[in-house]
Design a protein around this ligand. Structure first.
Ligand SMILES: Cc1ncc(COP(=O)(O)O)c(C=O)c1O
Length: 388
């Protein structure tokens, strides 16, 4: 190449899964049957009504132009209605709800809307890697806050108060938490809002997992700050509605913040394909029985993951929320990432090493529930063979 890439790329590298899935594709091209328990990409189907509506809309001659930047008013209304029904949070669909092409892009857009180079941003360790990567791309300063097994994967407000938070504008939280599966309480969210008000920080809760294997009432951070003075939320249809490939997410925040986010977003993408919007509106209408059935499937699969983890002598909590099981490796495993690679190369089962979520994940391994029972049984047999 005759020009150099931008210096910001010295700080970030290609997303772990982007590289790893390429490696798996190469193994598969050589005829190796790799079982992928790494990524949380639901293999179950969206609702029939969503599929029907999307395909009907696809066939209309009027569906193929640019869609509006803020999406259809009907989609915003469907999202607002879903928020009210699910989280008892009332939002104005006209200006407090913004559909996104997946919640991942919302991490970039909110960060771009708020952060100048040098501004500080609080990021969980361990946590979803995009919070930190985006902050690095923008030249923001990352302050990692510790989540540990000992602290029950919750931030310690006393420790947070001792940090120098001058110039800190944004804090990412993600409850129910990925990768640990830890759910937050309303009391915790209330305390978080007080902290944010005192420190004058906007807290954004990234909330894609609250309907997956959650045995308690799903919570929104916004319920603790109904005027959205210091809070915002990202949510997604990827996991709860089995629609990861459709790319439908949402940003929920004050009208002022939605305007700031749309100022960025409307300069990048040109709206969500109409059949996807129409399908998403139908998807959001599914009843509790639909969610229950999906969770029953994951519950059944989870037993098999637990059995695989028992074979590997990994320790895990059984009350984790979300699409994964997060487990601690025994002391006999000296390097967890190498061990995960060994399992991939020898047993042809791909698990995610916890280090990709931050240093506090170093001793942990994550498995996804997005594979059918037959595949999990096959994976178990391979692990048994691997351990011989
Ligand atoms: C914590 C967390 N946030 C956001 C996302 C991105 O989801 P989406 O498909 O809505 O972009 C994921 C996906 O794995 C995730 O685990």
């Amino acid at each position: 190449m005759i020009v150099q890439v931008a210096s910001r790329l010295q700080q970030v590298e290609e997303y772990y899964f982007s590289k790893k899935l390429e490696q798996i594709a190469q193994m598969r091209a050589k005829g190796i049957d790799v079982i992928n328990l790494g990524i949380g990409s639901p293999d179950l189907s969206p609702s029939d009504a969503a599929l029907k509506k999307a395909s009907e809309t696809l066939m209309l001659a009027t569906s193929h132009g640019y869609a509006s930047y803020r999406s259809l008013p009907e989609l915003r209304l469907a999202m607002a209605n879903w928020y009210q029904a699910t989280y008892e949070v009332k939002l104005n669909p006209d200006n407090e709800v913004l559909p996104l092409l997946g919640s991942k892009e919302g991490i970039l857009y909110l960060s771009m809307a708020l952060l100048n180079p040098g501004d500080k941003v609080l990021v969980p360790n361990p946590g979803y890697p995009a919070y930190a990567s985006v902050a690095k791309l923008l030249g923001a300063e990352i302050i990692y806050y510790e989540l540990t097994e000992e602290s029950g994967w919750m931030p310690d407000f006393k420790k947070l108060s001792t940090l120098d938070l001058s110039g800190c504008k944004l804090m990412w939280v993600n409850y129910p938490h990925m990768p640990t599966g830890k759910a937050a309480s309303k009391t915790f969210f209330d305390e978080l809002v007080l902290f944010a008000k005192e420190k004058k920080i906007l807290v954004c809760n990234d909330n894609p997992y609250s309907l997956v294997l959650n045995e308690t009432r799903p919570l929104s951070l916004i319920a603790s700050d109904p005027k959205m003075e210091v809070t915002a939320e990202l949510n997604s249809l990827s996991k709860s509605f089995n629609m990861a490939g459709w790319r439908v997410g949402m940003f929920l925040g004050s009208a002022e913040l939605v305007n700031a986010v749309i100022a960025v977003k409307s300069n990048v993408d040109s709206g969500m394909f109409l059949p996807i919007q129409r399908g998403a509106i139908e998807a959001l209408k599914v009843d509790e029985a639909w969610h229950k059935e999906r969770n029953n499937t994951y519950r059944e699969r989870r037993k098999h993951i637990w059995e695989i983890f028992d074979l590997l002598k990994l320790k895990y909590d059984k009350d984790q929320v979300g699409l994964f099981v997060w487990a601690k490796a025994p002391d006999s495993v000296s390097n967890v990432t190498d061990y995960v690679d060994k399992i991939l190369f020898e047993a042809h089962v791909f698990l995610t090493p916890g280090m990709i979520f931050g240093s506090n994940g170093n001793r942990f391994i994550r498995a996804s529930l997005c594979a059918p029972v037959e595949t999990l049984v096959k994976a178990k047999a391979r692990i048994q063979e691997f351990l011989k």
